[in-house]
Design a protein around this ligand. Structure first.
Ligand code: HEC
Ligand code: HEC
Ligand code: HEC
Ligand code: HEC
Ligand code: HEC
Ligand code: HEC
Ligand code: HEC
Length: 406
């Protein structure tokens, strides 16, 4: 009798334990199978996307969603296009064609109507939006034979649809989009051909936006490790950015903020934080004096030619920028960075306090003025939309004309 009870009890205990164990195992596998790898880097490491980071880095995740970086590319839908679809506001008129933004079955398209001859028409889907919409947006179309940039773009300063920069005033063959174009606006893309100029991609495997893993490297291993070992320190699954040299930290930002670097030596998507940028790409005109540098972004070239940089040994981009926040317009924050250095061991401003006050004590207004982009202006004068894009120069210097302006 006692034996029977003992056996039954044991069976019950074993059953209970196995159910618990089963539940525990299935839950943890469930948790791990949540982890979706969007794409694999050339080194085999997986990109998992910033949503995965929310679980443990909620603060950074939430501020990051508001940055121009995160929003610089996304799958296009009617909501994230900043330009108008209203009749009369939705057209770019060229010499030989009209391009209209239209909605077909709830999806955005560019509809090109040729004005002459057999009056052919084309419909191109708008699939990927490039640009956070601060200055403008451009659209990519995923066609059967590859990825292309569409001819109509949206330009913020004039709030109008425009002919995309570098397109002529006629209907142009669509411009293929390859790694060279994508490298600064997405985190990772791998074309399906080994040819360096290929424009063929599985767009569901493009890691969009300048996301966490652009600056921190693919993080699949980190997430798996941290989920297993809740909160363990001395985690070496990621490249520690704070332990990198000044040049390595600069190179990370310079990979997108030092001009087009069209002299490509290696695939730009092989570049990882900690790598030496000059082994990947160079600017053809790197010997040109830096004052003539222009955007599409060369904050690196401009900053490194200013005295604040050359005469201090710590300054890098993070001296003034928190890469996890949208800090646009935070004058007081940026000024505090200038004063931080300029009240201690370096010289302070020699201008009169009256003049200083007239400019609201805003160091940046006088020493990092907004200048019109030469590139973008030339492109736009042909199109009646002459409003140039203003860019903040990173050549911190004395600009006497800025004082005279007031
Ligand atoms: C399950 C929790 C968890 C998830 C998910 C997670 N992390 Fe972490 N992460 C941590 C912990 C804990 C640390 C601190 C480790 C240490 O101090 O060594 C950390 C540290 C970091 C660091 C600092 C590393 C260093 O050496 O300075 C970075 C960068 C980072 N995580 C990025 C990410 C990114 C990007 C993602 C999403 C793709 C992510 N983490 C997802 C828990 C997590
Ligand atoms: C534009 C590049 C960039 C992006 C995008 C970025 N980071 Fe960072 N992150 C950095 C840099 C640079 C540092 C080191 C800061 C320093 O040493 O001054 C850093 C530091 C960190 C740290 C450790 C220090 C801290 O502040 O806690 C964590 C954790 C982290 N990042 C997580 C993330 C997560 C999660 C995301 C996305 C939601 C993200 N980062 C996106 C560049 C970036
Ligand atoms: C993969 C390319 C890439 C990398 C790497 C990168 N950036 Fe950017 N950054 C961009 C692009 C593209 C934009 C413009 C986004 C837009 O408006 O669509 C931008 C915009 C910015 C802006 C302007 C934000 C605003 O609100 O106007 C700052 C500041 C900036 N980056 C700083 C940095 C710093 C600092 C680093 C290094 C830690 C860095 N970036 C690394 C591509 C990059
Ligand atoms: C070398 C890096 C780089 C390459 C390559 C590049 N861009 Fe950019 N792009 C930037 C940076 C940086 C900005 C932000 C401008 C600035 O410096 O303030 C930007 C801004 C933009 C903007 C305006 C975004 C906004 O709202 O602020 C659009 C649109 C854009 N780029 C489209 C493209 C397209 C289309 C291509 C490919 C043909 C391309 N870019 C190639 C770096 C690059
Ligand atoms: C990391 C410290 C540091 C920071 C931050 C810094 N500077 Fe400087 N700056 C220096 C040093 C060092 C010099 C050269 C020696 C001197 O003039 O004291 C310098 C020089 C200058 C000069 C003289 C330039 C010339 O060509 O003669 C101006 C103007 C200036 N800084 C303005 C600024 C402004 C404005 C800011 C904020 C946007 C700023 N600095 C941020 C360290 C810094
Ligand atoms: C001495 C401070 C300082 C340093 C160092 C610095 N920046 Fe900036 N940056 C600024 C200020 C100030 C602005 C203007 C912010 C605004 O408009 O609200 C700015 C704006 C920008 C913008 C937006 C430009 C525009 O006109 O839209 C980009 C991109 C940028 N910085 C990138 C970088 C990169 C990359 C580095 C490192 C190579 C860097 N910055 C280093 C102070 C700095
Ligand atoms: C009204 C425009 C204006 C404002 C605002 C302004 N500066 Fe200046 N700054 C100048 C001019 C002009 C000079 C050159 C004066 C001269 O050489 O007589 C100068 C000179 C400097 C110098 C070099 C001094 C030297 O003798 O070499 C530094 C450093 C400097 N400013 C830093 C700053 C800082 C930091 C701020 C913000 C607290 C600031 N400036 C605000 C216009 C301005």
């Amino acid at each position: 009798m006692k034996k029977k009870i003992f056996v039954i009890l044991s069976l019950l205990v074993i059953g209970f334990v196995s159910i618990k164990l089963y539940k525990y195992i299935s839950r943890s596998t469930e948790q791990y199978s949540d982890l979706q790898v969007i794409a694999y880097h050339y080194n085999g490491e997986g990109y998992v996307g910033s949503e995965t980071c929310m679980e443990c880095h909620r603060d950074i995740y939430e501020t990051h969603l508001k940055t121009a970086h995160f929003n610089t590319s996304s799958f296009t839908n009617l909501d994230n296009i900043h330009g108008s679809f209203k009749e009369g506001e939705n057209t770019v008129s060229l010499m030989d064609a009209d391009i209209k933004m239209v909605e077909i079955d709830g999806k955005p398209f560019q509809h090109a109507q040729i004005k002459y001859g057999d009056r052919q028409a084309y419909d191109w889907s708008m699939d990927i939006t490039i640009g956070s919409g601060l200055k403008g947006q451009s659209y990519l179309s995923n066609q059967p034979d590859g990825l292309y940039q569409l001819q109509a773009s949206y330009f913020v300063p004039s709030d109008k649809w425009i002919n995309s920069p570098n397109y002529t005033d006629r209907i142009n063959p669509l411009r293929p989009v390859n790694d060279q174009c994508l490298k600064c606006h997405v985190t990772f893309a791998k074309s399906s051909s080994t040819s360096p100029n290929s424009n063929k991609y599985d767009i569901s495997k493009i890691v969009l936006g300048v996301d966490c893993e652009k600056c921190h490297g693919p993080a699949e291993k980190h997430v798996v490790f941290q989920r297993k070992n809740k909160g363990i320190h001395n985690d070496t699954t990621l490249i520690g950015l704070s332990s990198l040299s000044r040049q390595q930290r600069l190179d990370l930002c310079a990979s997108c903020h030092s001009g087009l670097r069209s002299n490509q030596i290696q695939n730009p998507f092989k570049f990882l934080p900690g790598d030496t940028l000059s082994k990947f790409s160079k600017n053809y005109n790197s010997l040109r004096p830096s004052t003539t540098l222009d955007v599409h972004g060369n904050q690196f070239g401009l900053l490194t030619s200013s005295k604040c940089f050359t005469e201090s040994d710590q300054m890098d981009c993070m001296t003034c920028h928190d890469p996890h926040r949208n800090q646009r317009g935070q004058k007081a924050y940026f000024n505090s960075k200038c004063i931080g250095c300029h009240q201690q061991n370096t010289t302070t401003c020699s201008i009169s306090t009256t003049e200083m006050a007239q400019m609201g004590n805003d160091c940046i207004q006088c020493h990092m003025p907004v200048v019109p982009s030469k590139n973008m202006q030339v492109q736009l004068t042909k199109l009646d939309n002459t409003t140039p894009v203003g860019v903040r120069t990173h050549n911190i210097a004395i600009y006497p004309e800025e004082v005279a302006k007031e």
